[in-house]
Each structure stands twice: as C-alpha cells, then as structure tokens.
Design a protein around this ligand. Structure first.
Ligand SMILES: NC(=O)c1ccc[n+]([C@@H]2O[C@H](COP(=O)([O-])OP(=O)(O)OC[C@H]3O[C@@H](n4cnc5c(N)ncnc54)[C@H](OP(=O)(O)O)[C@@H]3O)[C@@H](O)[C@H]2O)c1
Length: 289
C-alpha cells in the first residue's frame, strides 16, 4: 500500500520544496495551503489519483477535522503527518497583543496539536504512523524579539517529547526537525504585532527601535549567507520519513548542531551571559525613551 502523507503550509519555503519532491514520489500526498495561496499550488501542481490539493487554515480547528475525515473516507487515514506550516512574529513581549499571541500559538502549536489529535485514532488502529513536526532552533533557545515564536516552538517540542513516549508502544514515530538559519526569503514574511504596526503608521519611534533594527539586520544577514536551503530541509524531512527508527530531534542546520552543543556543554548562566554580550548592537538597546 502507498503511504498517505499530509503536509501543511506548502505554498512557500520548506513546504513548497517538500511538495515538489513528494509530487514525484510513490506516496499518496495531500498538500495544503490557506485560501489565498491555493492558486499558487494549483498553478504548479496537478491533482491526480495520488496527489490532492486542499485548503487548510490551521487556526480553523473545525476545518482540520473536516479535512482529516475526508482523507479517512478517501484513503483510509493519514500515515505520515508533516506539521510544517508556521509563522514568526518579530516583536518584543511588551508590543504583543492578546490577538497576536493567539495567532502565533494557534498557527505553530494549537493547530498542529489539533491535527495530531485528529490523525492519531487511525494511526493507532493501524499500529503505525509518523508525525514530523517542523520546529526550529527557536525551539531550543529563545532570542529577544522572538519570544512568542520561541514559546510556540518550545511548546511544540515539549508536546512532541511527551508524544514520543506515549506513541512508542503503538509503533508511531515522532520527530522534530530543527532548522536554524536557512537561505530563504522567510525573513520577509515575519509578522509584526498590532502595536508595532500602529506605531509604524504613525511614524513613531519605538522605545525598542534598536532591538527591531539590529535583530532584523542580523537575521537578514544570517539568512542571506546561510549555506543550507529550504530544499535541504525538505530532503532531511524525507530522509526522516524513510528512516526505520528516526530520532526524536533532528537538527537541520549547522547552527542547530552548534546551539544544541553549546546548551549541552555550557553552564546555563554562562551561556546566557555569553549570548547577551553577542546580541547585535546590544550597547544601543534600552537607550530610547
Ligand atoms: N526558514 C527558516 O529559516 C526556518 C528556520 C527555522 C524553522 N523554520 C520553520 O519551518 C517551517 C516552514 O518555514 P518556512 O520558512 O518554509 O516558512 P514560509 O516560507 O514562511 O511558509 C510558511 C507556510 O506556512 C503557511 N501558513 C502560515 N499561516 C498558516 C495558517 N494559519 N494555516 C495554514 N498554513 C499557514 C504559509 O501559507 P500561506 O501562504 O497561506 O501564508 C506557508 O505555506 C515553519 O514551521 C518555520 O517555523 C523555518
């Protein structure tokens, strides 16, 4: 039997590269995107008896159940779930609104968890399945202006770790892919908080102006010069899908390996002091009124 793979967030970046690779594979595949991005997918991919394109917004939990029900009727359930879709707020904690926090958590944690809960009964019945959650270096370390993003990925990491224990007796493998900086345009898709957007509209400087400017410059530079690409991460996901016993955590880039090592080896207080000193333009932070 061809295994059924469901991938979220396939309109760009890692998800799109994964969709391209899966469209030429033996799997039965469902790729998903939100309504506005569906035309991008229908232009590039053609539906056929083993390849489906569906709308899915992860913040719409009833749509998640409807889609999984459809896949169960059509193909008997999902064998491999790749929770790839994600957004990243660039915002200091003080600027986030409740709505911003909800959107960040719903997209990166609550939606993926809802999807996992929906596919699990059929995986358990078959005593087989794979859940691959795309996390981030932000899921092992937090950075200023990325608190909510990190919180969402830390949450995904924690839940995945618990699931790894829960599902092992059912022969369901759980893995976290942890990309760091990759050569991609995704820094252009960061989301700004309602507070920050309103301030920009009023041409007002923020007390955290230096944080935003320096972090934006740093992240853009790192992404422009990163050696690994979205395609490399897509290859890593496929490799993980095909491994007989994939590990729980799969670092995706060189910096992911480096930070995992630093966090393991350095005493925590030293690690935080070191990172603080290395923050871009740290001497300018906290100087605005
Ligand atoms: N790029 C990196 O450097 C990097 C590093 C570490 C981790 N990651 C993680 O890797 C994953 C993919 O990142 P990427 O850089 O490839 O991202 P990307 O190019 O920005 O693509 C994100 C995808 O998520 C979808 N998405 C956003 N909000 C959604 C929602 N509410 N419901 C359903 N889909 C939604 C987007 O679809 P729409 O077209 O509908 O917006 C898009 O297809 C994410 O989980 C990200 O956190 C990326």
């Amino acid at each position: 039997m061809q295994r059924v793979v469901l991938v979220t967030g396939t309109s760009s970046g890692i998800g799109l590269e994964l969709a391209r690779k899966l469209s030429n594979s033996d799997y039965r595949v469902i790729i998903t995107a939100r309504r506005n991005s569906l035309p991008l997918l229908t232009q590039e991919f053609a539906e056929n008896s083993r390849f489906l394109i569906r709308e899915l917004d992860l913040t719409d939990f009833s749509a998640i159940h409807t889609l999984v029900d459809e896949i169960e009727r059509f193909w008997g359930g999902v064998d491999i779930l790749v929770n790839n879709a994600g957004i990243s707020y660039r915002s200091v904690v003080e600027d986030m609104t409740d709505t911003d926090e909800w959107r960040q958590m719903a997209t990166n944690y609550l939606g993926p968890m809802c999807l996992i809960r929906s596919v699990l009964p059929s995986m358990r019945q078959k005593r087989a399945g794979r859940i691959i959650n795309v996390s981030s270096v932000g899921g092992m370390m937090a950075m200023p202006t990325m608190a909510s993003y990190s919180a969402s990925k830390f949450a995904l990491e924690g839940a995945s770790e618990a699931l790894w224990y829960e599902l092992r007796p059912w022969n369901i493998q759980v893995s976290l892919i942890q990309p760091g900086f990759i050569h991609s345009e995704s820094f252009r898709r960061v989301v700004y908080s309602q507070t920050h957007q309103a301030r920009l509209l009023r041409h007002e400087r923020s007390p955290f102006q230096a944080y935003y400017e320096q972090m934006e410059r740093f992240v853009t530079l790192m992404m422009e010069h990163a050696p690994q690409t979205a395609e490399d991460i897509a290859d890593l996901i496929i490799h993980t899908m095909n491994r007989r016993r994939p590990p729980l955590r799969v670092p995706g880039t060189l910096d992911a390996h480096l930070f995992a090592l630093l966090r393991r080896l350095l005493p925590r207080s030293l690690y935080h002091q070191l990172l603080y000193r290395l923050l871009p333009g740290i001497r300018l932070w906290g100087k605005e009124e």
